[in-house]
Design a protein around this ligand. Structure first.
Ligand SMILES: NC(=O)C1=CN([C@@H]2O[C@H](COP(=O)(O)OP(=O)(O)OC[C@H]3O[C@@H](n4cnc5c(N)ncnc54)[C@H](O)[C@@H]3O)[C@@H](O)[C@H]2O)C=CC1
Ligand SMILES: O=C(O)C1=N[C@H](C(=O)O)C[C@H](O)C1
Length: 252
C-alpha cells in the first residue's frame, strides 16, 4: 500500500472541523497529523509535516491561513466561507508564484448540493423568474451562505449568457430586507432556525408552472465524502479550483 497522506485540520474543534477529524481518522489512506484551533500557531502546521490542510475556520481568518499554507508548499482544501472575487483574485496571484501547490475552495462539500447547484445553473435560462432561499442553523455567522452566493452567481451567469432579462418585480415600496439581497440580479433570502443544518431551495417560475430545486443536509456527515475527495485529489490539481464539481465529471 502507498503511504497515507499526512493531513492537518484547522478549526478542528468546530462543528465541521470535529466531524472532519473523525472522518480523516477513519480513512486508512489518510493520517491526521495535526488538529489545530484558534489558540495554535500556524507554525504548528509546518511542524506537523502535513501535505494537505483542511481549513474549516471563520471567514476572518481563512485567507491568511490558506496564504500561509501555499507559501509553505502545503495543499489546501477549504470549506470556510467568505471567498469573494477579490480574495480569490489574490489567492490566484499567490498560486501563480507557487506552481505545483493546489487549493480547492469548496462552497459546499455535499454531493447533493453540488448537483443541485449544477442543475440550477442548467435550468436558469428557461424560466422568467428565479429566487433563492437558503436555510441554516442559527449559529451560522455569515449570510447569505457561501453556497447561495455561488449558486446565484452561476444562475446569473447562465441567464446573462443566454440573454434572459431580469426577473420581473413590480415592488415599489418595501421594508428593508423584505426582498432579500441581490446577487447579480438574483434575490436571495436567508432563514436562520434552530433545528436546521444546511438547506437551499432555488425557485424558478414560468407561466403557469414552478420548478423547485431543493437540497437538504440533515447532518454534517453529508459533507465528509466531499472533504475526503478533496484531500485525496488536491495535490493532483495544482492551482486554484473553485467548487468540488471541478474534481467531478458531472456530465457522466
Ligand atoms: N463547504 C462546506 O461544505 C461547509 C462549509 N462550512 C463553513 O465552514 C466554516 C466553519 O463552520 P462551522 O464548523 O459550523 O463553524 P464553527 O464556529 O463551529 O467552527 C469554526 C472553528 O474554527 C476555529 N477558529 C477560528 N479562527 C481560527 C483560526 N485562525 N485558526 C484555527 N481555528 C480557528 C474556531 O475556534 C472554531 O472552533 C464556516 O465558514 C461555514 O460556513 C460549514 C459546513 C459545510
Ligand atoms: O455554516 C454552515 O453550516 C454551512 N456553510 C456553508 C455555506 O455557507 O454555504 C455550506 C453549508 O451550507 C453549511
Amino acid at each position: 500500500m502507498t503511504h497515507a497522506i499526512p493531513v492537518a485540520v484547522l478549526g478542528a474543534s468546530g462543528r465541521m472541523g470535529s466531524e472532519a477529524v473523525r472522518a480523516i481518522e477513519a480513512a486508512e489512506d489518510l493520517q491526521l497529523v495535526a488538529a489545530l484551533g484558534r489558540a495554535d500557531s500556524l507554525q504548528d502546521l509546518v511542524a506537523s509535516g502535513a501535505q494537505v490542510v483542511v481549513d474549516l475556520t471563520v471567514p476572518d481568518s481563512t485567507e491568511q491561513n490558506v496564504a500561509f499554507a501555499v507559501e509553505h508548499g502545503i495543499h489546501a482544501v477549504v470549506g470556510t466561507t467568505g471567498w469573494d472575487a477579490e480574495r480569490l483574485g489574490r489567492l490566484g496571484n499567490l498560486l501563480d508564484q507557487h506552481p505545483g501547490v493546489g487549493v480547492l475552495i469548496a462552497p459546499n462539500f455535499a454531493l447533493g448540493s453540488v448537483l443541485a447547484t449544477a442543475f440550477a445553473a442548467r435550468a436558469a435560462r428557461y424560466f422568467e423568474s428565479v429566487e433563492l432561499i437558503e436555510l441554516h442553523h442559527p449559529d451560522k455567522v455569515d449570510a447569505p451562505s457561501g453556497t447561495a452566493e455561488r449558486t446565484a452567481a452561476l444562475i446569473a451567469e447562465a441567464r446573462r449568457d443566454a440573454g434572459v432579462p431580469a426577473s420581473p418585480d413590480a415592488t415599489r415600496t418595501a421594508r428593508d430586507g423584505a426582498r432579500g439581497c441581490d446577487i447579480d440580479g438574483v434575490r436571495v433570502h436567508s432563514v436562520r432556525l434552530r433545528g436546521l443544518v444546511a438547506h437551499q431551495e432555488v425557485l424558478f417560475g414560468g407561466a403557469g408552472e414552478q420548478l423547485t430545486i431543493r437540497h437538504d443536509s440533515f447532518h454534517r456527515e453529508s459533507f465528509m465524502p466531499g472533504v475526503l475527495l478533496g484531500v485525496r485529489e488536491v495535490a493532483g490539481h495544482p492551482g486554484l479550483t473553485v467548487g468540488l464539481d471541478g474534481y467531478l465529471d458531472l456530465q457522466a
